[in-house]
Ligand binder design. Structure first.
Ligand SMILES: [Zn+2]
Length: 475
């Protein structure tokens, strides 16, 4: 088992280095010149960076805008932009920045393209499933515009490499979906004096904010979010779902902000940040919030005399800053002991044995409607998942009532309440995170005998992948 995994790894590594070599040949050497200072010293001056006749034509439609002009185009050509994450945000952002003619575009990502990415990660393609996202992205971008220097970084951004990588760029786009990486990008960008265009999207909502802009003046990520959200509340696209055009829109807006920064569009209110919130299904989808300015006590950007232990190059490189621990551990929820969980194979045996039990499916009704295990009772613990408390005095939440109507929500609730309380309960969700939280809460609330509530590890996804019950859809 281990040997085959090792062999697979070796084969993948070999394939990646082949692809990198091909890529290097096709895009020319990804030479990395020393970083320009910010703002670029020669903005607006005629410089050594000229435009070819082909480029005049290519960028003509944007160059005739007074906001861009020839000076703006030259600034774009001199700019060096790093996109962290070639996913739903990074794809459209990269496409528009490449199209706009940035000088160098670095893309960092260690994932490979998966079929479930394609509904939103528009620069990847079905034929490139399985390839590193960076390779897939650059293949597309090179075809879109051969002029920029595309710099591949097929690796995760870590405390060991972040300072070195980000030093080569003037601007960073935070297109990640994990808080630990957001904090790392922020801290390094503050040290390196580069602005951050940060966006996020989940389900049908998105947000966008420009940070550390101008560098040394505007608030940073930590000024606005000094503490990470609780690890259990961090849900990724895999679990929470995402509407493709919503994350696409946020990525496009990141490209707009990047162009504005590069072309030196004056910051509307120096030292303040503005957050744009988007809700696709909201009555008025766009809202803008004015954020406060820098915090003197911020551990990343605050004044040294006001901060006990300021984050420095040394504290990052030495590994003293443990971003994963700061954000509450690695991905995945761990709130149960091993004996409180059963594997899908163990549950299959329970199912086959005919032992009376309750299979409680805690996914929401939309997901339950996609596919479900035979005999399961659907109940979505919206309130428990968002507050960490099961409230037996609230029969069903307003959310459930608004989504399904009072009568259906009431029906689900009374079915749940009527369950015999002496039988074992098995809790299942999509990936095995929500089910752990609900299992813990059911035990604490004493709804069922404490020693007979079990979480099904890995949820419906593990059920489908393991094939314990033949073919089953994975979504
Ligand atoms: Zn700060």
């Amino acid at each position: 088992m281990e040997t085959s995994l090792k062999a697979e790894n070796e084969a993948l590594k070999k394939r990646i280095s082949e692809l990198e070599a091909q890529l290097a040949n096709r895009i020319g050497h990804a030479s990395v010149s020393s970083r320009q200072s910010y703002p670029p010293p020669n903005v607006g001056e005629k410089s050594e960076v000229g435009l070819s006749l082909e480029e005049y034509k290519r960028y003509g439609r944007q160059m005739i805008l007074p906001e861009i002009g020839i000076e703006g185009q030259m600034s774009l050509k001199r700019s060096r932009v790093l996109i962290v994450g070639a996913g739903g945000l990074g794809c459209p952002a990269a496409a528009y920045l490449a199209g706009a003619g940035v000088g160098a575009l670095g893309i960092i990502d260690h994932d490979t393209v998966e079929n479930s990415n394609l509904h939103r990660q528009i620069i990847h393609s079905t034929s490139r499933v399985g390839l590193p996202k960076v390779v897939s992205a650059i293949t597309y971008l090179r075809d879109l515009n051969p002029h920029p220097n595309y710099i591949p970084h097929i690796e995760p951004l870590t405390t060991e490499n972040a300072l070195q990588i980000m030093a080569e760029y003037d601007l960073v786009l935070d297109c990640t979906d994990h808080p630990a990486i957001r904090y790392l990008i922020n801290d390094v960008a503050v040290i390196m004096n580069i602005p951050i265009v940060s966006a996020s999207a989940l389900k049908t909502d998105g947000q966008l904010v420009v940070l550390n802009n101008p560098p040394g003046v505007g608030p940073c990520y930590r000024c606005i979010w000094p503490r990470p959200p609780p690890a259990e509340s961090v849900i990724g696209c895999g679990e929470g779902g995402i509407l493709g055009p919503v994350v696409g829109l946020m990525g496009v807006m990141q490209a707009i902000e990047a162009v504005k920064i590069i072309t030196m569009n004056p910051v509307r209110e120096v030292g303040r940040a503005e957050m744009t919130l988007f809700a696709a299904y909201g009555a008025s989808p766009f809202r803008c919030l004015k954020m406060r300015g820098r915090k003197a006590g911020c551990v990343a950007c605050g004044s040294p005399e006001r901060v006990e232990e300021k984050i420095t190059r040394e504290s990052i490189e030495s590994g003293r800053m443990d971003y994963v621990a700061f954000c509450g551990g690695s991905a995945g929820v761990r709130v149960l002991q091993p004996d409180e969980r059963v594997s899908v194979a163990e549950y299959k045996r329970v199912m086959d044995s005919g032992v009376e039990h309750l299979l409680l499916d805690v996914r929401d009704r939309t997901q339950f409607g996609i596919c479900q295990l035979a005999g399961s009772l659907s109940k979505f613990f919206h309130y428990a998942l968002y507050t960490g408390l099961i409230r037996l005095d609230i029969p069903y939440t307003e959310f459930e009532a608004s989504k399904y109507g009072d009568s259906e929500a009431g029906e689900i609730e009374s079915k749940f309440q009527d369950q015999p309380k002496d039988r074992p309960v098995y809790v299942i969700c999509r990936l095995g995170n929500d089910s752990q939280i609900v299992t813990r809460q059911l035990k604490e609330a004493g709804v069922f005998p404490n020693d007979r509530v079990f979480d099904i590890e890995g949820g419906i996804t593990a059920w489908a992948r393991s094939g314990v019950a033949g073919e089953f859809p994975e979504y």
